[in-house]
Design a protein around this ligand. Structure first.
Ligand SMILES: Cc1ncc(COP(=O)(O)O)c(C=O)c1O
Length: 342
């Protein structure tokens, strides 16, 4: 097989030449002593982008989420979150293991949590039920198909919460920014703490950023240490992260256009999925199919790597390593396969 198109995730992206050069030339120091100028610059740049007082550089999105959970909760607390969010379903139970918390799960099939459902769980505290220490949302919402939140929905959720902290898992925050034209600062304003990943569509090799108020970020530094995430000369990684923030956000729109082309093909070829291509607004096409794993296997036979995110849910993710030509190739592969799986 001569061709391979990798749509498993935007985490498979490779660092750009500019990133590699920036890494070569990075000024570095020991992060544990707060002496890495490039890490400090990256943290300040991100904090400014999301309009929070302080940011902390961490090795991964999972670690950012786990630090946030440790900072905002105590063992036995409840976190309200959507059933399919990463922090709930894709971190191997880390929140229970690391922080001793439980989740109160609400419906997030559309990617967005309904305020009325959240308020019901919060209200149950008055009826001898556990304390809700935080509400977590995901923007864009991965399993729902990279769904970006409408700013008014984040605002209305935030304003209905009174004192309960809102946490924003913005692993793909900048996809939401590009898709909706909402600024990162506006999206993050209702949230107490926010994280974004540099190592997905933005193509940096490693790293995520967690931001919030200074006192909580001081706690975050302690939790980062406890989880083993205090790196040393991490300026080499931060240098790539700076290039990611400077040069890779605007181009995410290209990934969105390509995902939409694939979404149209999915809608047209897998009628039984009842998939609406218009639901694809960023870089993820996620659709239900009774033979999801068979589809993934057959696509792999044709040189197209995809994945499943639930037993009957296929996911295709576009990113900087996927060209228009690749998309045309995948479209042909899917059409051929649809007739074969019918
Ligand atoms: C929504 C969301 N949050 C968090 C993460 C975790 O990021 P990482 O893979 O850097 O740990 C991911 C990873 O795919 C994600 O999709």
């Amino acid at each position: 097989m001569s061709r391979l198109v990798d749509l498993r995730s935007d985490t498979v992206t490779q660092p750009t030449l500019a990133m590699r050069e920036a890494m070569m030339n990075a000024k570095v120091g020991d992060v544990g002593y707060d002496e890495d100028p490039t890490v400090n610059e990256l943290e300040q740049r991100f904090a400014a982008l999301v309009a929070k007082p302080k940011a902390v550089f961490v090795p991964s999105g999972v670690m950012a989420n786990q630090i946030a959970v440790r900072v905002l909760t105590k063992p036995g607390d409840l976190i309200i979150a959507g059933r399919d969010q990463h922090v709930v379903s894709f971190e191997m139970g880390a929140s229970a293991r690391n922080s001793g918390v439980q989740f109160a799960l609400v419906d997030d099939r559309t990617g967005v949590l309904r305020t009325s459902e959240l308020l019901e769980v919060l209200d149950a505290e008055h009826d001898h039920q556990p304390h809700v220490a935080m509400v977590a949302i995901e923007n864009t919402h991965m399993v729902a198909g990279g769904v970006p939140w409408a700013l008014e929905d984040v605002r209305s959720l935030g304003s209905s919460l009174a004192t309960t902290p809102l946490y924003l898992d913005g692993a793909r925050l900048f996809n939401a920014v590009v898709a909706t034209g909402t600024s990162a600062a506006d999206y993050c304003e209702p949230a107490t703490m926010v994280m974004a990943c540099l190592s997905k569509g933005l193509c940096a090799p490693v790293g995520s950023l967690l931001a919030g108020p200074t006192d909580l970020m001081t706690q975050a530094l302690i939790e980062r240490k406890r989880l083993g995430g205090t790196m040393r000369q991490a300026g080499f990684l931060a240098a790539a992260g700076l290039v990611a923030l400077e040069t890779m956000i605007d181009r995410l729109g290209d990934d969105h256009v390509r995902a939409r082309v694939l979404a149209e093909v999915v809608g047209a070829t897998f009628g039984e999925s009842d998939y609406d291509p218009a639901s694809c607004r960023t870089n993820i096409v996620a659709f239900d199919h009774p033979r999801a794993r068979e589809i993934v296997a057959k696509l792999a036979d044709r040189g197209v790597l995809a994945g499943t995110v639930a037993p009957r849910r296929v996911r295709l993710v576009t990113h900087a390593g996927v060209s228009d030509d690749d998309v045309a190739y995948v479209a042909d592969a899917m059409k051929g396969l649809a007739s074969a799986t019918r």
